[in-house]
Design a protein around this ligand. Structure first.
Ligand code: G1P
Length: 292
């Protein structure tokens, strides 16, 4: 069955970006001028997924507003002859069919994905985590969907990280079957580095068969007392094959200040409108500060 739906959990508190996230959902923090959640929605759309369910929570209304029509703003921009801006604002509501549902209690990522069950309604689906940003030139999700079409099973995204960093991720025990494809023997949430089965980290892109919901229902609170998606994937992997598509470059951790900054710089340098002036300034800045 072809995957049509994407689920984007966006119910987290964003404590790593306080005070910015006190009143603004972390998913609305922009990379230059685009909220990170818009980049994630655009990625899903590029991969052919146009039915998108965002899992929100209290005080996340700005996310819904962002993908809604804004008649007054559009009329004002039109009246002032700002037609490009008006078009940009209007197109956001046509990007995809965006739905939202609330997670009522912060019980963990696994619980948040479980909230999508009724909407997903027995179909395979993708999950995209907003803290992980994938460079628009990297067709990661499309490749994962291809693996799903081939095997009809769930697919994780695997990225090798330094051994010292693996304890921040779901760590995969892989059995390599092709150069960039592994069968997932097991996966464990944030293990101590010396207990991790490998340094292959699960990055926030997933394609799931609907059986993940049964596994989620049976999942007890795990790491940090939360219902972990990783634990449900691990039990699913004991019932049916789960694959990991491995990739190497093009991922930023937007939930981390340093990587967020790097992503901003890289995206700015690549933009036609900002790139030339920004690169020139940056080169000069590096020289002045004797950074090289
Ligand atoms: C979540 C998942 C973890 C995964 C990571 C990818 O963790 O629980 O398994 O490796 O996303 O970014 P978080 O970063 O939300 O703590």
């Amino acid at each position: 069955m072809k995957v049509r739906k994407a689920v984007i959990p966006a119910a987290g508190l964003g404590t790593r970006f306080l005070p910015a996230t006190k009143a603004v959902p972390k998913e609305m923090l922009p990379l230059i001028d685009t909220p990170s959640i818009q980049l994630v929605v655009e990625e899903a759309v590029r991969a052919g997924l146009t039915d998108i369910l965002i899992i929100t929570a209290r005080d996340k209304g700005a996310i819904e507003d962002h993908f809604d029509r804004a008649p007054e703003l559009e009329a004002l921009l039109d009246a002032r002859g700002k037609f490009d801006e008006a078009k940009q604002v209007r197109e956001l509501s046509d990007l995809a069919q965006i739905h939202t549902v609330r997670q009522h209690e912060a019980l963990g990522l696994g619980h948040a994905v479980g909230v999508a069950e009724a909407h997903v309604s027995g179909e395979p689906f993708a999950v995209l985590l907003g803290d992980d940003l994938i460079h628009p030139s990297v067709p990661l999700l499309r490749e994962m969907l291809r693996v799903h079409e081939r095997y009809g099973r769930s697919v994780l995204a695997g990225l090798e990280v330094a051994r010292s960093e693996i304890s921040a991720y779901g760590a995969i025990e892989p059995e390599m079957i092709e150069e960039d494809l592994a069968r997932v023997r097991s996966v464990v949430e944030k293990p101590p580095a010396d207990e991790a089965p490998s340094n292959l980290a699960a990055i926030g892109r997933y394609v799931f068969t609907p059986e993940i919901f049964e596994a989620l229902r049976d999942t007890k609170p795990g790491h940090g007392g939360e219902i972990q998606l990783t634990d449900a994937i691990n039990s699913l992997a004991q019932e049916q094959a789960v694959y990991a598509y491995t990739f190497e470059a093009g991922r930023f951790d937007a939930g981390n200040k340093l990587d967020y900054l790097k992503a901003t710089v890289e995206l700015a340098i690549e933009r036609d409108d900002l790139g030339p002036a920004f690169s020139a300034w940056l080169a000069d800045f590096v020289q002045r500060r004797k950074l090289l």
